[in-house]
Design a protein around this ligand. Structure first.
Ligand SMILES: Nc1nc2c(ncn2[C@@H]2O[C@H](COP(=O)(O)OP(=O)(O)OP(=O)(O)O)[C@@H](O)[C@H]2O)c(=O)[nH]1
Ligand SMILES: [Mg+2]
Length: 240
């Protein structure tokens, strides 16, 4: 089974004479995968930049977005890997996505049944890249603002999520522009989805230092205990 590793970024202002423990930021690497056009770029942009992007183009390879959040007084860097859905744009990068992944977000488009039907293939890809069951996964049905043209029934999606021990979130990356409370709620989910993943990762068992920090290095690698929590994390389904 592959180890889950977590990175810590140490403050560059640290001096060797300091007697205080170094301030540090834990980094959680979360990959976002799913068919082209489901809204991976919009979702990650919304979480990191706080808005729906003016325009997007198909992602080539992978884009990184980061946001530092604070949970229980600890600063955590949520690093989102926004991957390309189009096969021709992802081929060369695929090996890199899956290295030291802390969590996976599977995205489908609620208005596109084919994107939902592709999910088993995305799950299989994770398996082929040795992603263990201990790596938290969540399922996101995006574009709920287009609910009138929805092709994927919530109950069917929930059943799929249950089968694969994932919480399901239905949401919209698009900004709620009107006073529609339900849309507001949907958009707030984008924030909540990634915060939930970060909380889940933070609450997993303590990390153990596995290699000393080099004299000049800013980053050390930490390995989780062997007996880490392997269970699923219950149903966190939030529906609109
Ligand atoms: N109505 C609506 N449109 C959305 C939403 N999210 C994304 N879109 C639109 O869907 C299209 C594709 O969005 P992207 O975020 O680029 O899709 P992607 O999954 O990153 O696609 P690839 O990079 O090709 O894998 C764009 O035209 C977005 O404006 C949403 O929540 N609601
Ligand atoms: Mg994209």
């Amino acid at each position: 089974m592959a180890d889950i590793e977590s990175s810590f970024e140490f403050s560059s202002s640290l001096t060797s004479s300091s007697s205080l423990p170094p301030p540090r930021t834990r980094i959680f690497k979360i990959i976002v995968i799913g068919d082209s056009g489901v809204g991976k770029t919009c979702l990650t942009y919304r979480f990191c930049a706080g808005k729906f992007p003016d325009k997007t183009e198909a992602t080539i390879g992978v884009d990184f977005r980061e946001r530092v959040i604070e949970i229980d007084g600890e600063k955590i860097k949520v690093q989102l890997w926004d991957t390309a859905g189009q096969e021709r744009f992802r081929k060369s990068m695929v090996q890199h996505y899956y290295r030291n992944v802390h969590a996976v977000v599977f995205v489908y488009d609620v208005t596109n049944a084919a994107s939902f039907q592709s999910l088993p293939a995305w799950i299989e890809e994770c398996r082929l890249h040795a992603l263990g069951q201990e790596v938290p996964r969540i399922l996101v049905g995006n574009k709920c603002d287009l609910r009138h043209s929805a092709q994927v029934n919530t109950d069917v999606a929930q059943q799929f999520a249950d089968t694969h021990s994932m919480p399901l979130f239905e949401t919209s990356a698009k900004s709620p522009l009107g006073n529609d409370n339900r849309q507001q709620c949907n958009a707030d989910h984008v924030e909540a989805i990634f915060l939930t993943v970060a909380h889940k990762l933070k609450s997993q068992k303590p990390l153990v230092l596995s290699q000393p920090s080099s004299q000049f290095g800013d980053t050390v690698t930490l390995k989780r205990n062997e007996d880490e929590d392997r269970g699923s994390w219950g149903c966190g389904c939030w529906r609109s």
